[in-house]
Every structure is written in structure tokens, then in C-alpha cells.
Design a protein around this ligand. Structure first.
Ligand code: COA
Length: 334
């Protein structure tokens, strides 16, 4: 999608946080009938982090990731104009971003949640970039954070092997149009397939006087095979459409950073784009699918490991519940 931008936007710093408790596949195989071999072969996941502690929530992980990003560039939290918290596991249905704002002391920032499951971080970056590129704000904190362990049925082997908890944050700052690093995006939604992956709210009882149903949220429900097919067919198309709009060829990209759902999905998408697997950024063997956190968590790690260099072209794609999927292309500026 083309727009008339007055400002450039670039990612200035990243940070991440994961819970201490590491649950490996052997531990999971004590809980459900599965094996390390089955999980690794089908998903590439070896272990995941799980948030424990009665008072701990997504806010703690999101805040820690944010503080780490701010500390990297010695930025005062008061300089943040806007906080976008991409999460599907808030600790308050009215939103958790304001709690993050208070916890990190970003008292001048507007803060809101963005719910788009595993595509949340891509949508967060695109949303944040709009506020910068149209000249409204200067510094924006975009966080992807989820604690899906709280919404996982730990007796369902078809889902509990996949998910983990974590948070990643980026600070986007305005810059001259020549230094713009957020080049373009392509976003999609298919609500007809929302039942393929969801945490549905189920009505239980009815108030007879005024016909109000009361209920509760269920655990994660997923049609694994359909979600797999959706990802490997739609994500390459989204990437190609986005690259085409920017006149960039897949062979010119430096890194392919996909939502870390399943190693087989990552390889299949790369293959369909004829992108060599050495260009894939992947850390899901350590964290599993951390939903909105997976992309910024992997980005932060790749930067820590000094894999990403100045002017590298990074294609980032998220996909998941909604169904939602989308791509943002970034030129890395050090
Ligand atoms: N351990 C051992 N066996 C398992 C198992 C587990 N954890 N989970 C399922 N099985 C069994 C099934 O019961 C089935 O047995 P059957 O043949 O006797 O009926 C068999 O393994 C195959 O199950 P199936 O569901 O067809 O496996 P699959 O190859 O599709 O792999 C997923 C399952 C979930 C790994 C895969 O579908 C997937 O990754 N989908 C995408 C999910 C995803 O990424 N979601 C998030 C997107 S954001």
C-alpha cells in the first residue's frame, strides 16, 4: 500500500524478556502422551518458557522488554509518545498497555492494546509507523507480548506442545524521509476462517429477567492442519505482493523473519520464495510459538548476535488467528 509520507521511520532499539521457567519436551511428555522426537520432527520446538507466579502477567514481561530497549539507547521513558501493546493475553480485558505505561514511567505516552494474535507485532509496527510517517509522533514503543500458557489446555497434546510465553519491544523513531527504514507493508484478514484458531468465549447461563448470557473463555482451539496449509499458502503471496509493490526481488532480501510458529512452516515459505534457508531467522527451538512476541524476540536475538548489518533488507511476516497475516519490509539502519 502506497502513502504520501512526510517523515521517515526507523527502528532505533530492541529489547526482549522471557520467563525463567524452561519447560522442555521431556517435561511435556510427562504431562501428555507425546515425545521429544515427535515434537521436534513436526515443529522444531525443543523447549519453551512459561510464566509462573500468582501475580505475574504479560505486563511484567512487556515492561521488562521495553525497559531493556530503552536502556540500550539511554532513552528517558518520558520521551515516548505512544505505546502499542500487541497481545492476545492481557491481564485486563479493557487493555494492559496503560499498565505498561505506568510500570515503565512513560507518563506522557498514549497507550493502547492491539489484538491480532500472532500477526499483532506486524500490525503494531505498521500502525506505529503511520503515526510517525504522517508527522503525529516522534517516538513510539511497539511491544509484542503474550502469555498463552494461561490459555493453553495442558492436557491437549495437539496444542500444548506449541506455545510459550515471552515479550519483545522495539522503539521506532521519526527520521528524515531519506533514512526511512520501514519501506512498505501488506496486510490481510479472513474472518470466514476465524474458527480455525481461536480462544472462544462460550456463553453458559442466562439471566431470565433481561436475557443476558454469561460465560467464560475456553482454551486455545486449533485446526492444526488447516492453519498449516493457510500459513504456507498465504504468507509467500503476501511477501511477494509487498516486495513487488516496492520493486524488490526476493533474491535481494537479506533476512526472512517469520512468525515463529513451526520450523516446517518457516522452511516451506522460504522454499516457495526461493530464499535460501540460511537467510531464515529462527529461534523457535528455544521458545516455541510466543504469538505476538515471537518476531521481536527473534529480531532482538539476531541483533544481539550481530547477524543484522546496516542496510540489510528484512522481510517480516506474521500470521495467525483471525485469520490475519501480513508483511512489513524493513531496511535496517544502524
Ligand atoms: N504427540 C504425539 N502425537 C500427536 C501429537 C503429539 N503432541 N499431536 C497429535 N498427535 C497425533 C495425532 O493424534 C495423529 O494421530 P493419528 O494419526 O493416530 O490420528 C497424528 O499425530 C498426526 O496428527 P496431525 O494433527 O495430523 O499432525 P500434523 O502433522 O498436522 O502436526 C501440528 C500437528 C499441530 C504440529 C501441525 O498441524 C502444525 O504445526 N500446524 C500449524 C499450527 C500452528 O502453527 N499454529 C499456530 C499458528 S500462529
Amino acid at each position: 500500500m502506497k502513502s504520501l509520507n512526510t517523515q521517515g521511520a526507523r527502528i532505533l532499539a530492541t529489547g526482549s524478556a522471557v520467563p525463567e521457567l524452561c519447560v522442555n519436551n521431556f517435561k511435556i511428555s510427562e504431562m501428555v502422551e507425546t515425545s521429544d522426537d515427535w515434537i521436534v520432527t513436526r515443529t522444531g520446538i525443543k523447549e519453551r518458557r512459561v510464566l509462573t507466579g500468582i501475580n505475574k502477567s504479560v505486563v511484567d514481561l512487556a515492561s521488562l522488554a521495553s525497559i531493556r530497549a530503552l536502556n540500550k539507547i539511554s532513552m528517558d521513558p518520558l520521551e515516548i509518545d505512544l505505546i502499542i501493546l500487541a497481545t492476545s493475553s492481557p491481564n485486563d480485558l479493557f487493555g494492559s498497555a496503560s499498565q505498561v505505561q505506568a510500570k515503565i514511567g512513560a507518563n506522557k505516552a498514549v497507550a493502547f492494546d492491539l489484538t491480532a494474535a500472532c500477526s499483532g507485532f506486524v500490525l503494531g509496527i505498521v500502525t506505529g509507523a503511520q503515526f510517525i510517517q504522517n508527522g503525529s509522533y516522534k517516538n513510539i514503543l511497539v511491544i509484542g507480548a503474550d502469555v498463552l500458557s494461561k490459555w493453553t489446555d495442558w492436557s491437549d497434546r495437539s496444542t500444548c506442545i506449541l506455545f510459550g510465553d515471552g515479550a519483545g519491544a522495539v522503539i521506532i523513531q521519526s527520521c528524515s524521509i531519506e533514512k526511512n527504514g520501514i519501506l512498505g507493508f501488506q496486510l490481510n484478514t479472513d474472518g470466514e476462517k476465524s474458527d480455525q484458531l481461536s480462544i472462544p468465549y462460550r456463553n453458559k447461563e442466562k439471566n431470565q429477567t433481561i436475557s443476558i448470557c454469561k460465560g467464560e473463555f475456553d482454551f486455545i482451539q486449533m485446526n492444526g492442519k488447516e492453519v498449516y496449509k493457510f500459513a504456507v499458502s498465504k504468507v509467500p503471496l503476501s511477501i511477494l505482493t509487498c516486495l513487488h509493490s516496492l520493486c524488490i526481488s526476493p533474491k535481494d532480501i537479506s533476512w526472512l523473519l517469520l512468525h515463529q510458529a513451526n520450523e516446517r512452516i518457516l522452511y516451506a515459505v522460504a522454499e516457495r520464495l526461493s530464499i535460501h534457508s540460511s537467510k531464515l531467522i529462527s529461534n523457535l527451538h528455544k521458545y516455541g510459538n510466543t504469538s505476538a512476541a515471537s518476531i521481536p524476540l527473534a529480531l532482538d536475538e539476531a541483533l544481539k548476535n550481530k547477524r543484522i548489518k546496516d542496510n540489510d533488507l528484512i522481510v517480516i511476516s506474521g500470521f495467525g488467528a483471525g485469520l490475519t497475516w501480513g508483511t512489513v519490509v524493513i531496511k535496517w539502519k544502524c
